[in-house]
Ligand binder design. Structure first.
Ligand SMILES: [Zn+2]
Length: 233
């Protein structure tokens, strides 16, 4: 589908998002790589740090599970459980503790009924639908010779995706803010290690910014296509 988009008019609008996305991935991999090799002073694993933060918030029954893959760490609001990638679960690196605390931060958001998290959760089903439907609609439009009409529907669907990525930003930044607050408060990270933890969390957050920029630009491309077609008609 990406090829189809690139062949369209205003294809150049995709370039800034692609470049930012690549930069964000490289930045994350290099920062995470560096601080996953640097042990933290307390010798605490990611799993232990997450456990401490959850316990101190009264979430004693929330499990901290290990999950396969690299940087697959997440909080599951339906299972009300933390999932840490094997590396971050077992490692006592700066990165492991930072990422684990970030995921615990999502659990704290859930407990506090943090509004952007609730909005984001409510948007998951419609966003999952829109993520598949927009390209199906466009392909169908091309085959049926009704591209112009179907483009309008694709724009609505893509707006849902962009809105989801927009609401993801406060959720992610707030989770990192809560993570740092707890890591500092509980003394799980030493003063001199704090800038390193911040670097890891900032690099992770940048990937969400890149995803939003990419979507907004693609949405803009569709809108310009729709307007352009209208002008020619
Ligand atoms: Zn997160």
């Amino acid at each position: 589908m990406t090829l189809g988009i690139i062949l369209m008019d205003y294809w150049w609008l995709a370039i800034p998002g692609l470049l930012l996305g690549m930069y964000a991935q490289i930045k994350l991999m290099s920062t995470y790589g560096k601080y996953s090799r640097l042990g933290n002073a307390s010798g605490m694993t990611g799993a232990q740090a997450a456990r401490e933060i959850l316990d101190s918030a009264g979430l004693h029954n929330m499990p901290v599970n290990e999950v396969g893959g690299r940087l697959t760490d997440h909080y599951d609001p339906i299972k009300k459980a933390l999932f840490l990638s094997s590396e971050n679960f077992h490692s006592s690196s700066i990165a492991a503790v930072g990422v684990a605390a970030h995921e615990a931060g999502h659990a704290l958001q859930h407990k506090a009924a943090y509004a952007p998290l609730n909005i984001r959760m409510a948007m998951v089903p419609i966003t999952n639908f829109a993520s598949i439907a927009w390209s199906v609609i466009l392909i169908a439009g091309i085959f049926l010779g009704m591209f112009q009409q179907f483009l309008g529907i694709a724009i609505i669907l893509f707006t849902v995706i962009a809105a989801f990525q927009l609401i993801t930003l406060p959720v992610e930044y707030d989770a990192s803010r809560r993570a740092k607050e707890q890591l500092w408060r509980l003394g799980l990270v030493r003063e001199q290690e704090r800038p390193h933890v911040s670097k890891v969390l900032n690099a992770a957050a940048l990937t969400y910014v890149a995803a939003l920029v990419t979507s907004v630009l693609q949405l803009l491309q569709f809108i310009m296509l729709a307007r352009g077609d209208r002008d020619r008609a």
